[in-house]
Ligand binder design. Structure first.
Ligand SMILES: N[C@@H](CCC(=O)OP(=O)(O)O)C(=O)O
Length: 480
């Protein structure tokens, strides 16, 4: 096992179901788990702080009850997760115990951390565990998770966890060693994508277009998202890319690599340290070594140079949006500039959708003609493409972190939307925190902020929505 030393940092490692239990027998994959445990303990010894996000509760529960496949019912799945989670954590405790490494179980739902105080409590607990030298093992609290409060998949949970603790790295360990141009199991010409510098992706029929640098010029390629996903887990390559989008947006370098060789994490850290020009110290000697090294197989997603502030990241990825605020194209342009501070004036509001209270998260949406929607979808620099949703799917959007969701306006209750927009699409372009409730914002839409106090009887803020993150910029505005 290569164990050269890299700069101490905070690392989140996510292990999916397919790396924890056998897909058919559901027996625990002990050799993989042991290697992961050994790797984590050695990382700790090198001075890194490590959080493990582990799936597997349902898989272990299936094995315990001798049930062949994941039940269809929610309560059946929740019961199996309750059975499996205890055994899973007991197994980790046993394996880590042999190396005298204390662990802690942290079970979260989106509902838990959508309250700011509880979110900060979870952050404090994780940080306290890390400073005590403990390995927190995080999973979704499946037993009480229903769709409204679910992360949905542990890729997303691991990205949110890494954003919560301001991790340096998120490692998504899985059954392939990176992102490929095609399914490497089916296509011998499939090439690994080494570096993703911007997740400006167009999802269509299982393909993902991404701008990336593979040593040289910026190129655009089609990337296969169909290489992953087991019958037990809920994730796949798409959820990994969504997770990478969340984590890199929060400043976390995100890596996809194989769970069969977790020890590659040492070489990957060392490799990226060397690119940053950090001196490396070999474990066996005190001599400084120069540039490595062969590149271990992995795909790295480079972090945003301007990471989202904690409050913005929390608003954008953790909260369940209670409704939507429809803005005009001028406001969309202004909000896409960093100088806007992510604050929306009433003058830029066309209308509201759904009922929300002040302090709740809202979607920021624009209205676009079908033609404009198509152009926006084809925009190469935008972070995610609009997706058409079923009429009632709008309430489910927070399960996915991807913005750019799309709906035909006639299917929605768009209060205050003018009739000329009746054949327009509604596109989610960002999220923010409402400063007033839906009725108040509807009343002051289009007004100058100096009128707020007069119309509402008070004006706590001159802005109607704050902490806005725009993830789909207008077509002609270059990304900043
Ligand atoms: N929380 C669930 C796993 C959900 C999940 O995302 O699984 P996976 O796609 O294998 O990472 C469990 O422990 O079984």
């Amino acid at each position: 096992m290569s164990r050269t030393k890299s700069t101490p940092c905070i690392i989140v490692i996510k292990l999916g179901t397919s790396s924890i239990v056998h897909e058919e027998t559901h027996q625990p994959l002990l050799s993989t788990l042991s290697s992961v445990v050994e790797t984590v303990v050695h990382l700790r010894k090198q001075g890194h702080k490590v959080v493990l996000v582990s799936s597997g509760a349902i898989g272990v529960g299936l094995r315990r009850m001798n049930i062949a496949s994941r039940p269809k019912s929610l309560s059946g799945t929740q019961a199996l997760a309750a059975i499996g989670q205890g055994r899973l954590i007991a197994l980790y405790d046993e394996l880590f115990g042999h190396l005298e490494q204390p662990i802690a179980q942290v079970l979260l739902t989106r509902g838990d951390i959508s309250d700011r105080t509880r979110y900060l409590n979870a952050v404090n607990t994780l940080n306290e565990l890390l400073s005590m030298g403990v390995i927190p093992i995080v999973n979704e609290n499946d037993t009480i998770s229903v769709s409204e409060i679910k992360f949905g998949d542990n890729d997303t949970l691991s990205a949110i966890t890494s954003s919560m603790i301001h991790a340096d790295y998120l490692f998504l360990l899985t059954d392939v060693d990176g992102l490929y141009t095609a399914n490497p199991r089916k296509d011998s010409k499939a090439k690994q994508i080494e570096v993703v510098t911007s997740i400006s992706a167009i999802r269509s029929q299982g393909k993902f277009s991404s701008s990336f640098i593979n040593d040289s010029p910026l190129t655009s390629v089609l990337v296969s998202t169909t290489t992953l996903g087991s019958s037990l887990g809920t994730g796949g390559m798409e959820t990994k890319i969504i997770a990478a989008e969340i984590a890199t947006g929060a400043g976390v370098t995100t890596v996809i690599t194989s769970s069969k060789r977790p020890e590659n994490i040492f070489a990957i850290l060392e490799y990226h340290d060397s690119l940053k020009g950090t001196a490396l110290i070999s474990e066996s000697s005190d001599e400084e070594t120069s540039i490595p090294l062969t590149r271990p197989p992995h795909t790295v997603f480079m972090p945003s140079l301007v990471p989202m502030r904690d409050l913005k990241a929390w608003t954008s990825h953790t909260l369940f949006p209670a409704g939507s605020v429809v803005i005009d194209s001028g406001a969309h342009r202004v909000l896409s500039r960093r100088e806007s501070g992510g604050r929306l004036l009433a003058a830029g509001v066309i209308g509201v959708m759904g009922a929300f209270a002040s302090g709740q998260a809202v979607r920021i949406v624009i209205l676009a003609s079908h033609e404009e929607t198509d152009m926006l979808s084809a925009q190469p620099s935008r972070p995610a493409s609009p997706r058409r949703l079923s009429p009632n799917a709008i309430g489910m959007l927070s399960r996915s972190s991807s913005s750019g969701n799309l709906e035909t306006i006639k299917n929605l209750n768009v209060e205050a939307a003018a009739p000329q927009f009746s054949d327009h699409d509604v596109i989610e372009v960002g999220r923010g925190l409402a400063m007033y409730n839906y009725a108040q914002i509807s009343k002051v839409r289009g007004l100058n902020s100096s009128h707020l106090a007069q119309v509402l009887g008070y004006a706590d803020s001159e802005y109607v929505v704050e902490n806005i993150t725009i993830r789909v910029p207008p077509r002609s505005t270059p990304e900043k």
